[in-house]
Design a protein around this ligand. Structure first.
Ligand SMILES: N=c1c2ncn([C@@H]3O[C@H](COP(=O)(O)OP(=O)(O)OP(=O)(O)O)[C@@H](O)[C@H]3O)c2ncn1[C@@H]1O[C@H](COP(=O)(O)O)[C@@H](O)[C@H]1O
Length: 105
């Protein structure tokens, strides 16, 4: 089975330039980077609130909203899940101290 995040990334790529009347992704993308980033911020706050509430189902739902909007933002800025995965893999071999040192170089 395909990874749902990969499937969602492909769906978002396909919908970005489609009819805004029929697609939320197209509507949000047409609104621009600042609006998409604002939505990511809102969903992040809602995720934090759900986490602190102790409601597991609410946290799961808000996390899905957050990941969806983050994928729309990444697509808007031309960053792929592959780019993010590669960064995570790179960090697997870097200790906290080493990473700080490499960032300051
Ligand atoms: N995963 C999602 C998804 N999660 C949340 N949402 C939408 O995100 C919106 C956020 O809700 P809010 O209440 O925060 O926002 P709002 O008040 O409606 O909108 P704003 O005015 O704040 O922007 C809602 O309209 C949800 O329907 C999503 N919309 C789409 N997808 C996926 O994207 C695919 C493509 O969707 P379309 O572009 O609509 O075809 C779908 O098949 C889904 O897989």
């Amino acid at each position: 089975m395909a990874d749902p995040l990969d499937t969602l990334e492909a769906t978002i790529a396909a919908r970005r330039a489609s009819d805004p009347e029929a697609s939320y992704v197209a509507r949000l993308s047409a609104a621009g980077t600042a609006k998409i980033a604002q939505k990511v911020g809102e969903e992040a706050i809602e995720t934090v609130i759900a986490a602190l509430s102790g409601d597991r189902a609410a946290l799961t739902s808000e996390a899905a909203d957050l990941l969806f909007h983050l994928l729309v933002l990444l697509a808007d800025r031309g960053v792929t899940l592959g780019d993010v995965r590669a960064e995570l893999v790179r960090r697997e071999g870097v200790s906290g101290l080493d990473e700080k040192a490499s960032r300051s170089e």
